[in-house]
Design a protein around this ligand. Structure first.
Ligand SMILES: [Zn+2]
Length: 445
């Protein structure tokens, strides 16, 4: 008997009409345990760059890390292939599933670096295949095989930096596609009880729950939090009003800002690579159709546009209050320039660093009676309407006005946050250290 370690990466088995790669992983957890494999970590749910143009949904890839006896290796691979074939929506254009089997305990540094690039930028299938060949990983790609990129990235993202957990509960087959039934009051209760150790349960602005997705996928609900114990406890407080087929706790990079990469200069911004960058507001914000707010920022190297879209709520309000000269840090995805538009940062967050003084020019006051003078026309002096005094050679006075905006961090409203966006609740809770987290007892059912 020889015990071995394998990392199994999965990506892109779902489509907008059916399925969910996390569900494939959840089914595999049960099947692989039945075969005799044991999990050395929680299954990981790795959200990849949300700004890749050909990906429209959550863009999440999965990795299962297991130990097993060498004798069942063939059965394990067969089970994975079978399950993907069973669950994936092969007919859907744009769904190109990929599987990666990577053996050995250690993940090579180059594959870890590759994963970071897939999360923060754009990577080609060729890059993935080159690494797989170099380190003798096995890959199975269906259709155009693009899913291999995400599958390898999920293997390589070992979550050594910040990470969170999500418990996902799935619906029974006959309910999929129908309205979800969960007791809403219990979700608000759960949020109150477990705060601040869970996040993105409800949208406080709209008083609406956000843990249940819409659409035909098999997920009933997902609760995100800091520890496996917390999300499990939170799930116990929520009352589903329909049967739950299974639930699994995932370890994930959600809510960590992992996609955002700092760039020093505006000229270094590239399309599709989410950024954090500083700049000075170069013109007052303007509203474009559909109530989106646009404004340019600049530094010594370049000028780019920033956009806050209507559904971003709070952020859009803040953006509309900015003015020329304000110094900010912008966080968000980058849209390629088009004929109509410059390179644009789609804002997820703004940090207002410095507010420009807002001033206005008022007429001076009468030196005799103190009331505000009236101008008699350009360079004709001022006159007091109350006491009749006249003044020549007086100028307007500059007055400093109060800004209706404070310095600080502003984040898009919960309902429009990306999976990767770090919400307010998580600031100060970032983790740094663990390479693998051994699963607690009862991490799936
Ligand atoms: Zn007067």
């Amino acid at each position: 008997m020889a015990s071995k370690t394998m990392h199994i990466g999965l990506d892109d088995t779902d489509s907008t009409r059916k399925g969910c790669t996390t569900y494939v992983a959840a089914v595999l957890v049960e099947k692989l345990e039945k075969l005799g494999a044991s999990f050395i970590d929680y299954p990981s749910l790795i959200r990849l760059n949300p700004n890749v143009p050909w990906k429209t949904r959550g863009n999440g890839a999965l990795c299962l890390r297991i130990r097993y006896d060498e004798s069942i290796e063939g059965q394990i691979k067969e089970t994975v292939l079978e399950t993907v074939e069973e669950q994936a929506d092969f007919q859907f254009r744009g769904t190109d599933p990929g599987i990666v089997f990577f053996k050995g305990e250690k993940i090579p540094r180059q594959i870890k670096a590759f994963a970071k690039n897939v999360i923060t930028g754009i990577v080609t299938l060729k890059d993935a295949v080159k690494l797989l060949t170099e380190f003798s990983g096995e890959a199975v790609g269906f259709k155009n095989g693009r899913g291999i990129i995400g599958a390898l990235a999920a293997v390589g993202e070992t979550l050594r930096g910040d990470y969170t957990f999500e418990i996902l509960a799935y619906r029974v087959l006959e309910n999929r596609g129908l309205k979800r039934h969960v007791d809403e009051a219990s979700i608000f209760e759960m949020d109150k009880t477990t705060a601040p150790y869970t996040f993105n349960n409800v949208d406080a602005e709209k008083n609406r729950i956000v843990i249940t997705p819409r659409g035909p996928d098999p997920i009933l609900l997902g609760i995100r939090g800091e520890t496996p114990e917390t999300v499990k406890k939170a799930f116990a407080i929520v009352k589903p009003l329909e049967p739950v087929e299974r639930w699994v706790i995932f370890r994930t990079n959600q809510g960590t800002d992992a996609h955002l990469k700092k760039v020093e200069k505006l000229s270094q911004i590239r399309p599709y690579s989410p950024v954090i960058v500083r700049g000075t507001v170069a013109a007052n914000p303007r509203m474009i159709p559909k109530r989106h707010i646009i404004f340019p920022i600049r530094d010594e190297s370049a000028e780019v546009d920033c956009a806050a879209y209507e559904p971003t709520g709070t952020l859009r309000k803040v953006a509309s209050k900015l003015m020329i000269g304000d110094h900010i840090k912008a966080y968000g995805g980058v849209r390629a320039p088009s004929q109509k538009r410059h390179l644009t940062i789609n804002l997820e967050k703004i940090r207002v660093l410095k507010l420009a003084p807002k001033t206005a020019f008022h007429n001076p006051v009468c030196q005799k009676c103190g009331s505000r003078l009236k101008s008699m026309g350009k360079s004709k002096g001022f006159r007091c309407e109350k006491c009749g005094s006249r003044y020549q050679g007086l100028g307007k006075v500059e007055v400093r006005l109060k800004r209706d905006l404070k310095r600080g961090l502003y984040i898009t409203s919960t309902r429009s946050q990306r999976h990767l966006t770090k919400p307010f609740r998580r600031y100060g809770m970032e983790k740094r250290h663990v390479a693998v987290e051994r699963p607690i007892d009862g991490w799936h059912s």
